[in-house]
Design a protein. Structure first.
Length: 68
């Protein structure tokens, strides 16, 4: 597991957010619970303390597209 991450249960089971602190604040939401792949659901730059609802909804929609 990455050193700076958190589970994203509101996106889906097995989804995590990696926190990157390079030239600003960046986030990558991914899921790695499938045998054949790691799926990057969304990557974005954070401009506020809280993750935007739109970013979470986009990641959740992409999660549903790959299936459980």
């Amino acid at each position: 597991m990455p050193s700076d991450f958190k589970p994203m249960l509101n996106v889906g089971a097995g989804a995590y957010e990696i926190r990157l602190h390079v030239l600003g604040e960046w986030r990558v939401i991914y899921v790695a619970k499938f045998d054949n792949a790691v799926y990057v659901l969304h990557a974005f730059q954070k401009k506020t303390q809280k993750t935007r609802k739109e970013d979470i909804e986009l990641a959740a929609r992409r999660y549903r597209q790959i299936g459980d």
